[in-house]
Design a protein around this ligand. Sequence first.
Ligand code: IPM
Ligand code: MG
Length: 352
Amino acid sequence: MKIALFAGDGIGPEIMDQARRVLDALNLPGLVVWEGDVGGAAYRRHGHPLPEETLEMARAADGVLFGAVGDPECDNLERHLRPEQAILGLRSNLGLFANLRPAKMFAGLENMSALRPEIARQIDVLIVRELNGDVYFGEKAMRTLDDGRRQGYDVMSYAEDEVRRIAHVAFRAAQGRKGMLCSVDKANVLETSQLWRDVVVETASDYPDVELTHMYIDNAAMQMVKDPGQFDVVVTGNLFGDILSDQASMCVGSIGLLASAALGERQTDFGTFGMYEPIHGSAPDIAGQGKANPMAMILSLAMLLRHSLGRENDAVRIERAVAKALEDGVLGGDLGGNAGTVEIGDAVLARM
Ligand code: IPM
Ligand code: MG
């Protein structure tokens, strides 16, 4: 079993250290762990946010654990050299098109939600976000029009096979949950969304046991705070999924708790190759202070064990330990508590 760890920028290294401790505690036989550079840290060392050797390391691994990238000092670099390109480059080069972003209320945190506790308690949603297409990867540029005005543009598009493969992932996920799938688009305005909707409807005929609904993104954003309990699995495009998943994270209390998986088609000896990361960013304002909550990072490790290494029992063991720590009141600053990064790591280890 080969795992690559890419800690990245800001709080990435300190939260990755805690995930590493948890991984070491499992004592997996025959496990090989590599470390690679990404983001601003990689730019400083190699002149590029996603060096070739990092990409090769990812290709050779069964799974990648990714910390965070983003560094204010790099914000004025040309776009292709900015830290965010590491994550976009890994997603596209490795064909990681299916992003699973679960958001579930942890017992004891109902009062941390931005929503009223009785509404927050209902949240148990899996957002399946397409990750290789949409306006993120379409033609984009800045140009000067004939009359001298500057214009920026980004082309939004989806081809039918791109929609179909993510739809299959979402339908199958719904089959393993409550059997409800809500496809989110903007088909009242966008052609891209009309095709999305048509293909999702076509794909539905393979899954008669799943109840399919459709929602426009603006309404979905509203419903996510009005009545999030109505959602089981949500499938949506890259841009809408980016926004909706941050929103869902606030409904459960903190973005510091949410893990994600980016999966492709490649099978490893133990499962599906994937990259796993907290959905929060590099939080440069608190980097290096030992304050960051490593729980989302640790929960990302659990997802890696489940999907890429076929170790469901270890994944559950970690998830239970995190849930128990929260229940016992081990709260990071993001949850109004004062437990530090290492302390939270200790608390999770103790409960494993
Ligand atoms: C995410 C992030 C990324 C995205 C950024 C860092 C490029 O916001 O994973 O949600 O937009 O996909
Ligand atoms: Mg995002």
